[in-house]
Design a protein around this ligand. Structure first.
Ligand SMILES: Cc1cc2nc3c(=O)[nH]c(=O)nc-3n(C[C@H](O)[C@H](O)[C@H](O)COP(=O)(O)OP(=O)(O)OC[C@H]3O[C@@H](n4cnc5c(N)ncnc54)[C@H](O)[C@@H]3O)c2cc1C
Ligand SMILES: NC(=O)c1ccc[n+]([C@@H]2O[C@H](COP(=O)([O-])OP(=O)(O)OC[C@H]3O[C@@H](n4cnc5c(N)ncnc54)[C@H](O)[C@@H]3O)[C@@H](O)[C@H]2O)c1
Length: 467
């Protein structure tokens, strides 16, 4: 039984089914989850024209044709197509096509292996799993509990990805991934954007140069970034007028909309966790096969286990968990739960790839320098300006970007890689393979990047390391 048919729940069902089990999924909103309708897909559909235009503007011969504003209506319409206009028939068809039963309604645990589904008409149905229940209920946006917030009807990631109008003035609170991506998109669509950051930089979980490059480009695009500020309260004039954001020092910033991009909380407060001895509203801690601590039948996969809040990583966990559920159901005596085994989501610890779709893009995998040092590895950071690679200078005039690889000096392998620059997202998988496969530097030396591509950055990084 799978609770929640987001990208992760769909894949747990598919992998368990592929291994021979009968599966059912329960979904309270849209099959396809946050990712398809209010996160990855609509946000990237909004961003793609913004990024393409920014890159085209760096090419003489083309730049003159792309000086005008984006056609916002066309961008929003393409975004609507990518969300299938918030209808899930296609995804329901896919889930039914794999042979899983789809139950519409709110699911909650009701003791071991039991799930009660409350349907849209209020009727309840109790389903009992033979082998396992996988909680894949994802996360919701966190909005800080500040005076006036509720009455101000703030945007969360849902409104920021589904809005049908371009606000004249938008305040974005938070400089994590959602904050910088949505500031990029709405600025390109024509909003005056103010980004309020309580710390000293953007993208604080990544290498510091990544946030610095994105901040520089956002500022150049006209976004006002305010560092070291905290929101004290929010007011919306008459409930419908402009919103006034009051900062800690008393300064007031007026806008048409305010977006809180201030992190996520697990959707686990109303799923019956108390009926199986767990705390409602908590993140579900799991082992590497995604089995919830202390249980032999309850799994938590994807965002809700907090290991890596990314679609591709949740789907990877789903492949591992689906295989583990099926193996345990078949009575396999010993699962392959060792590092990099078939039933261990090892990459969650060592090699989580992420692309931030801003201008410039940021692509990272594995550990940052700070994380590698904190983990006790003896490492060296090797940096190189991507703009000095021939492929990059062809890609765009004045190409600005930077790459860093973290070399483990004891094992001569890579612990992490970060690229920041136009077009780097598509290069990330090369780094992911190097990190996951623990390719020795001696062998990487033989992996020749094609000339003249941006991937020649690999050669420059290796030459710099070897001296
Ligand atoms: C703006 C934004 C942009 C993002 N962009 C990217 C990106 O580019 N790349 C990337 O990898 N990640 C991105 N993410 C993260 C990504 O959206 C999540 O990691 C991913 O959606 C997690 O998948 P999931 O299946 O675990 O949860 P979800 O997608 O949240 O799906 C959970 C499902 O469970 C259902 N559900 C919840 N409770 C119940 C219940 N009690 N009963 C029945 N059903 C229930 C929900 O309705 C939902 O359909 C983005 C996130 C945001 C907010
Ligand atoms: N391209 C992608 O891969 C992509 C895109 C969007 C989101 N995501 C995922 O979705 C998740 C959620 O993203 P997010 O940006 O909401 O969360 P986040 O945790 O990445 O960033 C939230 C930021 O808000 C700040 N913050 C928190 N409370 C605040 C407050 N009261 N005032 C001011 N600032 C505050 C935090 O310091 C943090 O920097 C992330 O884990 C991310 O991986 C991924």
């Amino acid at each position: 039984m799978v609770l929640g048919a987001g990208p992760v729940g769909e894949n747990v069902a598919d992998r368990a089914r592929a291994a021979g089990l009968r599966t059912a999924v329960v979904e309270s909103e849209l099959v396809g989850g946050e990712c398809s309708y209010w996160a990855c897909m609509p946000s990237k559909a909004l961003l793609r024209p913004a990024i393409a235009r920014a890159e085209a503007r760096k090419l003489p011969g083309l730049s003159g044709s792309v000086q005008g504003p984006l056609d916002a209506a066309a961008v929003l319409a393409r975004r609507d197509d990518f969300t299938a206009h918030w209808k899930d028939d296609g995804q329901v068809g896919w889930v039914e096509g794999i042979g899983a039963d789809v139950y519409r309604g709110h699911g909650r645990l009701d003791g071991p292996k039991r799930v009660v589904v409350k349907g849209p008409d209020g009727t309840e149905q109790t389903l009992t799993a033979r082998h396992a229940v996988a909680v894949c209920t994802g996360t919701r946006a966190v909005v800080p509990d500040l005076p006036g917030v509720a009455g101000a009807r703030p945007w969360t990631s849902r409104e920021a990805t589904s809005s049908q109008h371009v606000p004249g003035r938008l305040v974005v609170v938070g400089g994590g991934v959602v904050g910088v991506e949505m500031a990029t998109a709405w600025r390109a669509l024509g909003s005056q954007v103010t980004l309020l950051i309580r710390g000293g930089g953007l993208l604080p979980k990544m290498e510091p140069f990544a946030g610095e490059l994105v901040a520089g480009a956002l500022t150049e695009a006209g976004v006002s970034i305010r560092y070291g500020v905290a929101v004290a309260s929010v007011e919306r004039d008459g409930g419908t007028g402009p919103v006034t954001v009051v900062l800690d020092g008393g300064e007031r910033v007026e806008a048409d909309e305010i977006l809180f991009a201030t992190g996520r909380a697990p959707r686990s407060e109303d799923i019956g966790l108390e009926s199986v001895g767990l705390r409602p509203g908590s993140w579900l801690t799991v082992d590497d096969s995604c089995l919830v601590e202390g249980s032999d039948w309850l799994y938590a996969v994807g965002d809700v286990n907090r290991r890596a809040l990314l679609t591709h990583q949740g789907k990877y966990q789903a492949r591992i968990a689906g295989a583990a559920i099926a193996a345990r159901a078949a009575g396999v005596p010993l699962l392959e739960t060792d590092r990099w085994g078939a039933h261990a989501a090892t990459a969650d610890h060592a090699a989580v790839p992420q692309v931030v779709f801003t201008d410039p893009e940021v692509a990272s995998v594995g550990l940052t320098l700070a994380e590698a040092e904190a983990a006790g590895h003896r490492v060296r950071a090797v940096d190189y300006e991507i703009g000095s690679v021939s492929g990059a200078s062809l890609y765009a005039d004045g190409y600005t970007g930077r790459a860093r690889m973290i070399v483990d000096l004891d094992r001569e392998i890579l612990r992490g890689v970060t690229f920041a620059g136009p077009g780097v997202g598509e290069m990330l998988h090369s780094a992911t393979i190097a990190v996951v496969a623990e390719v020795p530097i001696d062998r990487l030396w033989h992996a020749v990047p094609a000339y003249p591509t941006i991937s020649e950055i690999w050669l420059r990084l290796l030459e710099t390391y070897r001296g």
